[in-house]
Ligand binder design. Structure first.
Ligand code: KG4
Length: 345
């Protein structure tokens, strides 16, 4: 019997404002280095041109660190995986160009990865010395990030179908835009989460959308939140300062209720009880608690990713790249980044 050869892949993620590189051997992650970009904080959101420039500055030191931490030699790397999209075109271009140069110089194949599939497959990343339990197919994934809110049926590693998605803003955008209205710095999601822990979630009520099927909408909530604060501030200019914990807790509860309602509906309609969550917003402690409670009530087998694999990271690109590599799905030097890539396209 021939022994299965180990496969070592270097992966690059540069779709938005995090430059990340990871090394994976088969399904075991050896390193995962992420460099964030503080430059956007003062603008209240990601500035695409600044993001591309920061990626250019970070990419070489980040890759260097990832290879050193993984303790692999360059000759041991069998392929380079990179995020082709979706994301900011200028940011994607930096990672794609780096991958092309590295592949050419090392004479190894390139594997393109869909960033959204990466988020979903983060559950399959194994860490050394850890007993790993991955979801079984088919499973549902609630993918909630700064750019997406989707419910996905995952039939195999690379076979995914979106059965519900936002028709306007994403859940992360709702957190970030409402935080901005409150005068909180970007990204507001983690701050709302922190403040919400000390607040009363039932103090204020915000409108919830009535959208048919499994789709989401968050733009109405954002507007109702804006009008609510405007009216309160007319009566009391210190309203936000005096009530920020309760405002955050109530807003967070509304967003979580919206997310969970449709997920519960999806689980009922598909009969799938294997449920996962992915994307930056899955770091939210209220969402994690809400999911855990629903899972207990409904007999779901729930998978919540480690914090390090919720926001953008190259480990998830590495695991997805591994599955594509095993299927022999390579791309050549003519590949170009694709800003509007969809999950199954
Ligand atoms: O997945 P991600 O890093 O980037 C995208 O691909 O979009 O997600 C970033 C989003 C931001 O909107 C951020 O505010 C949100 O995830 N986020 C959170 C939390 N941590 C990150 N939202 C709510 N609570 C959190 N703890």
């Amino acid at each position: 019997m021939t022994e299965k050869k180990d496969v070592t892949i270097l992966a690059i993620e540069s779709s938005c404002d995090d430059t990340s590189a990871a090394v994976i051997r088969n399904e075991s992650i050896l390193s995962n280095v992420v460099a964030g970009q503080k430059v956007h904080e003062e603008y209240g959101g990601v500035v695409p041109e600044l993001a591309s420039r920061a990626h250019q500055q970070h990419i070489i030191p980040v890759v260097d660190k990832a290879i050193k931490e993984a303790n692999v030699k360059r000759e041991e790397i069998d392929a380079i995986a990179f995020t082709r999209g979706p994301g900011l075109l200028g940011s994607l271009l930096v990672g794609t160009s780096f991958a092309k140069g590295f592949a050419l110089a090392s004479n190894i194949p390139m594997v393109e990865v869909n960033h959204l599939q990466g988020h979903v497959l983060a559950h399959f990343i194994q860490e050394e010395g850890e007993e790993h339990k991955a979801p079984e197919f088919p499973f549902l994934c609630l993918l909630v990030s700064g750019g997406n809110s989707q419910i996905i049926v995952v039939r195999d590693h690379l076979d995914m179908e979106v059965i519900g998605q936002t028709i306007d803003d994403a859940a992360g955008e709702a957190f970030d835009k409402c935080a901005k209205v409150m005068g909180l710095p970007y990204p507001g999601g983690p701050l709302i989460d922190k403040l919400a822990k000390q607040g009363n979630p039932d103090r204020f009520q915000f409108s919830k959308p009535r959208i048919a099927g499994l789709d989401y909408s968050f733009s109405g909530l954002k507007t109702s939140f804006l009008y609510f604060l405007r009216d309160q501030l007319k009566e009391n200019p210190d309203f936000i300062d005096e009530n920020k914990e309760d405002i955050c807790a109530s807003l967070q509860k509304t967003i979580i209720d919206i997310l969970l309602n449709k997920l519960i509906k999806a689980a009922k309609e598909t009969g799938i009880k294997e449920v996962t969550v992915a994307g930056g917003v899955s770091a939210n402690s209220g969402l994690r608690d809400g999911l855990t409670e629903e899972a207990k009530k409904r007999g779901w087998n729930l998978f919540i990713p480690k914090f390090a694999y919720t926001t953008d990271n190259a480990a998830m690109i590495a695991i997805t790249g591994y599955y594509r590599y095993m299927k022999g799905e390579f791309v050549d030097q003519s590949v170009a980044p694709y800003a509007r890539m969809v999950i199954n396209g």
